[in-house]
Design a protein around this ligand. Structure first.
Ligand SMILES: [Zn+2]
Length: 406
């Protein structure tokens, strides 16, 4: 671990040096995820709007109990994965897409995941049938009438799997690692696409676009939503608010190729199993953090360096600090500072400039702590010092930060 130990400096000195300081107040406990997770997807599939998930009795899978040790399960999220996309129609609803467009979207997801995971996972997708979608001989009201989003959604998925089996695809449940059902757009699950968190089932409701499919597959890999923490007097949690993250919302399609998974998620998924530097209390650090959004960075296993710094905030959250160098429209480059659950891959990106926070216009793309600025949370001080790149031929980009952990 390349930790540079300097000296223990008082926070008072740092407060003087800080160009700007933001005081973060306590984060209220967030509601447990309820029935899976949801995405609000408009008809055009261009944006993921804001939404909150309410707990329901039909939970899948069982939420992780508070206090459970953080244990990444890399077998589920690394290695080759086989996905089947089962296309279906209902008696009263057609499916408005083609096999080719579905296949292209999922092939794009596979290519993206190879990059996001630094080659540690690969998704091969098969779209069935090759022609007209499997007809399910029920109408949309049947599923809506099952009493809850959960029951209707589960029945629709089961019927689609059965339709595939009836047509001779008898191995869909045993052969494939992920089972996606692409069904016509209707108001099941409030009109959203869904996925089980760390589960095989995925529902694409009407629209199939690679960005939305990548988000839902992220749930199936084990990730929850990437939130934004709006720094106000009492603070506010904004679900989907991290537009830098696959598990957040994309306000602007111009940035769609710059999004990625954040460092906590990549660590949880086993994509950066090492290279996370855990800091300890009572110390001051001056460290480099390498960009986490380029699979070629720190490619050599013999080269030292970290993708993230991590230390405990309280009983519920850890601080995670990362660096992203992909070129977001209007985004200031800086340190990505997050609160992330100790027990789940679920993060809150802290918004450095909350006054501009409007997730619908991308105002929070200034969330990273800019060079020369300090984020202060009680005795915790995080200062972004400089950005640069290594000169050993690899040109690995990094940011240097000072961190005081009280
Ligand atoms: Zn989601």
């Amino acid at each position: 671990m390349k930790t540079t130990w300097l000296s223990h400096r008082s926070s008072a000195v740092f407060r003087v040096a800080a160009i700007l300081a933001v005081t973060l107040l306590t984060c209220p406990l967030l509601a447990q995820d309820g029935c899976g997770v949801e995405d609000v997807d408009n008809q055009d599939g261009q944006t993921l709007a804001m939404a909150t998930v309410s707990p329901t009795p039909c939970q899948s899978p069982t939420p992780v109990p508070a206090g459970t040790p953080y244990l990444p399960d890399t077998a589920w999220s690394t290695g080759p994965k086989k996905l089947v996309c089962i296309r279906v129609t209902l008696l009263d609803k057609p499916l408005r897409s083609t096999v080719t467009s579905d296949q292209n979207a999922l092939d794009t997801v596979g290519a993206k995941y190879r990059v996001y995971s630094r080659g540690r996972t690969d998704i091969t997708s098969t779209v069935i049938p090759s022609g007209t979608p499997f007809p399910i001989l029920r109408d949309s009201n049947y599923y809506l009438g099952l009493g809850s989003n959960c029951e209707g959604r589960k029945a629709l998925h089961a019927d689609a799997v059965q339709a595939a089996k009836d047509a001779g695809f008898t191995n869909v449940q045993t052969y494939y690692n992920r089972i996606m059902v692409h069904h016509p757009q209707f108001s099941i699950s409030n009109g959203n696409s869904w996925a089980d968190v760390k589960g095989k089932r995925i529902w694409m409701n009407g629209t199939m676009k690679w960005r939305l499919a990548a988000h839902e597959i992220g749930h199936s890999y084990g990730c929850r939503h990437a939130h934004l923490w709006n720094v106000t007097r009492i603070g506010a949690d904004i679900e989907y608010g991290d537009s830098f993250d696959i598990m957040g919302s994309d306000y602007n399609s111009a940035d769609i190729n710059s999004i990625d998974f954040n460092e906590q998620y990549k660590h949880h998924l086993g994509w950066i199993p090492d290279r996370v530097n855990t800091l300890t209390s009572g110390k001051y650090y001056n460290l480099k953090i390498y960009r986490s959004d380029d699979p070629n960075t720190l490619k050599s296993s013999t080269k030292g360096g970290d993708f993230a710094l991590k230390f405990s905030k309280d009983a519920t959250y850890d601080y995670w600090i990362g660096y992203r160098a992909n070129n977001f429209t209007n985004a200031k480059q800086g340190a990505h500072v997050k609160w992330a659950k100790k027990t789940n891959p679920e993060s809150n990106l802290i918004d450095w400039v909350p006054s501009t926070n409007d997730p619908n216009t991308g105002g929070h793309l200034d969330a990273p702590v800019p060079i020369g600025s300090t984020l202060q949370d009680g005795g915790i001080l995080i200062t972004a010092k400089s950005v640069g790149q290594d000169t050993d031929g690899t040109f690995d980009k990094w940011i240097r930060v000072d961190v005081t952990v009280p």
